[in-house]
Design a protein around this ligand. Sequence first.
Ligand code: URA
Length: 426
Amino acid sequence: MDVISVIRTKRDKGALSDAQIDWVIDAYTRGEVADEQMSSLAMAILLNGMTRPEIARWTAAMIASGDRMDFSSSLSRPTADKHSTGGVGDKITLPLAPLVAACGAAVPQLSGRGLGHTGGTLDKLESIPGWRALLSNEEMLDVLNGTGAVICAAGDGLAPADKKLYALRDVTGTVEAIPLIASSIMSKKIAEGTDSLVLDVKVGSGAFMKNIEDARELASTMVELGTDSGVRTVALLTDMSTPLGLTAGNALEVRESVEVLAGGGPSDVVELTLALAREMLDAAGLKDADPAKALADGSAMDVWRRMIAAQGGDPDATLPTARETHVVTAPSSGVLTRLDAYDIGVAAWRLGAGRARKEDPVQAAAGVELHAKPGDSVVAGAPLLTLHTDTPERFEYALESVAGSYDIGAAGTQFERTPIVRDRIA
Ligand code: URA
């Protein structure tokens, strides 16, 4: 087998054979296929696509590049997992994992860090003093058994081919290929050994999938991959045209998540948390559980506190606040008709909430706080956004992204909110 013939097959719009796929993934993981060769193949896949059988084989080869986990013998509860394709202000995993655990499922949530304009769950939780993302397999099982939920980093042994390929795609403009996104996400989720999986496929400016047709294609590809591997899988297509909730940034989002667990918080975050919780509980066979009650009666908050403490965090610690803030005021009165998720995500990233390279540190307190959402009335001179950072020299660059991020219509402008859940694919 030689890599140039594999690249040529896809360049010329052919379908890769099982043997070609198995070989190229294995050889790339071992370092025999070079990064420049794999990036050429990734670009050919982005441009020419893959058939469903090719995607299934590619996913299986990535799973086979590493270890598979199996919780079934060590847990008495059914496992439920969710994965989001990534968005701005998407803190849903934080309230969702303890909520679903409070309703009777075991939630082993292997999460990632943010790259580019989308935030990462581990970066958010690391703003809690003492909290540790890196756990051994034994520690992970202990936290899961003790509290019902664990959110931690995936070990190096889980789909190492994806780890290498994802980092390469990130710097070669090949992230947005549906076959590569689907196989990347599903290889990790299937290798993780969950019984059931709910996918939150984001649609809109702040998501990888900008339109609903592409999002449907991605969702149905992932649902098919999961189902064919024996994982009960369902996908919700959810809006990412505007940030979720009222915060984008690590500590800011933890604060908002705790508000949701305390029975408050922004209505869109509560609505999506409950919709995903119901899907996860359904998929785990816990149809009678009532997640709204678990939020209201404090049982989800109890799991959160135990889960954070079990990973070294202090749930009562004061969260970091930024050294500097800058308020952006509304230039006119009227109705906010647009607040763009991508622009706000880029602003939060430029303020220090995200990283440009994998090894960069993030600022725990940096980010953007929204004072209005699309559909709300705004008053000239009143705060629209507050920017937070420890390094005020970043304000100017962040403000460039904020400048074109919103539109204000005249008072009385009719505004139709996009529903948070746009479609469901099972
Ligand atoms: N998340 C992943 O894990 N992989 C992708 O390719 C995109 C989002």
